[in-house]
Design a binder for this molecule. Structure first.
Ligand SMILES: Nc1ncnc2c1ncn2[C@@H]1O[C@H](COP(=O)(O)OP(=O)(O)OP(=O)(O)O)[C@@H](O)[C@H]1O
Ligand SMILES: [Mg+2]
Length: 302
């Protein structure tokens, strides 16, 4: 069985919508409509999909912060509802935006506080906090108040906080949003390091380039349903996007671009055809459609 499993998960939110001073009516949102999901140990699965698709709702269920209306979710064989306390010990969570830090306290103090919340003694919490601050590259800033941290530093502290209990399953909900390219790359490097340590990760992001770079698998979620999933390349294929071999050549004094679906083999065939036809090949390459393009077109963008 996979390390993380969700089956038939449903979640409905009922809120009241105000229509006027004395009038309101129930507003029903089916945030999850029967989600099946599984992640093998040590793998990183990305959830991608439009705003409101249900990503954060699913993350919160696995973090034991929200109860599903229907369906089951397990982490390491433990039921997130029936065994919530034990699941919490296995899971680390980073939500965006992180409202859980005290602005006036330093990064170090904030982490010690969370370590103690997880039941570590003060000395052990201090030791763990220092170790994590080094690993997320915040050692120099450990005594600065949180409110003075840049977005990138806040995100790295969020990652450290998510790791305070040595989790086996890490939930990262948009960990790179609002961070500059250099900072985001740093966060991605940290995530890759965690993967190498064997931590199982559920990741969400609207940046499909980083999703493609980091993921073992990608699940596309729309309207509370997973509509497609697979390793990035396979998912692109499922969505009807394949690599295209392209050859630019001059044939009888005229420049032409020839193309054919496929990769290396198609490219070789195209080059051969061009040469046999007496053309001069200027350029030959395989264009890999980025995941971004496949997802945007699938979701009806252009
Ligand atoms: N506490 C809540 N009360 C009422 N509705 C909610 C609540 N939380 C989420 N929703 C609704 O459930 C749906 C799914 O929300 P969710 O936050 O899971 O989406 P998301 O995929 O994380 O979106 P985003 O990409 O914007 O973060 C949305 O329609 C949202 O408005
Ligand atoms: Mg969200």
């Amino acid at each position: 069985m996979s390390f993380v499993v969700g089956s038939g998960l449903r979640k409905r939110f009922v809120t009241r919508e105000r229509l006027g001073l004395f009038k309101s009516r129930a507003k029903i949102v089916d945030a999850l409509n029967g989600v099946d999901i599984s992640i093998d140990r040590g793998r990183l699965l990305s959830l991608v999909g439009p705003n409101g698709a249900g990503k954060t709702t699913l993350v919160r269920i696995f973090a034991t912060l929200l109860l599903p209306d229907e369906g089951k979710a397990y982490v390491g064989g433990l039921d997130v509802v029936g065994d919530a306390d034990r699941v919490r010990r296995l899971v680390g969570l980073m939500l965006y935006p992180d409202k859980g830090f005290f602005g006036r306290l330093s990064g170090l103090e904030n982490l010690i506080y969370y370590g103690m919340l997880y039941g570590l003694g003060r000395r052990e919490a201090h030791r763990r906090a220092e170790e994590l601050l080094k690993s997320v590259d915040l050692w120099e800033a450990r005594h600065s108040p949180f409110e003075e941290y840049s977005m990138g530093m806040k995100a790295r502290l969020g990652l450290a906080k998510a790791l305070i209990n040595n989790p086996e399953f890490l939930l990262l909900d948009e960990p790179t949003v609002g961070i500059d390219p250099v900072g985001a790359r740093k966060v991605r490097e940290l995530i890759r390091g965690l993967k190498r340590e064997g931590i199982t990760i559920l990741f969400t992001s609207h940046n499909l380039y980083e999703v493609e770079e980091l993921s073992d698998e990608v699940a596309l979620i729309v309207g509370g349903r997973i509509v497609a999933r697979g390793p990035p390349d396979a998912l692109k294929q499922k969505l009807g996007f394949e690599p295209v071999a392209v050859v630019r050549a001059v044939c009888s004094g005229e420049e032409r671009t020839l193309s054919k679906n496929g990769d290396g083999r198609a490219l070789a065939a195209l080059v051969r055809e061009a040469v046999e036809a007496g053309c001069e090949v200027l350029e030959a390459y395989v264009r890999e459609p980025p995941l971004e393009e496949a997802v945007v077109k699938t979701l009806g963008g252009s």
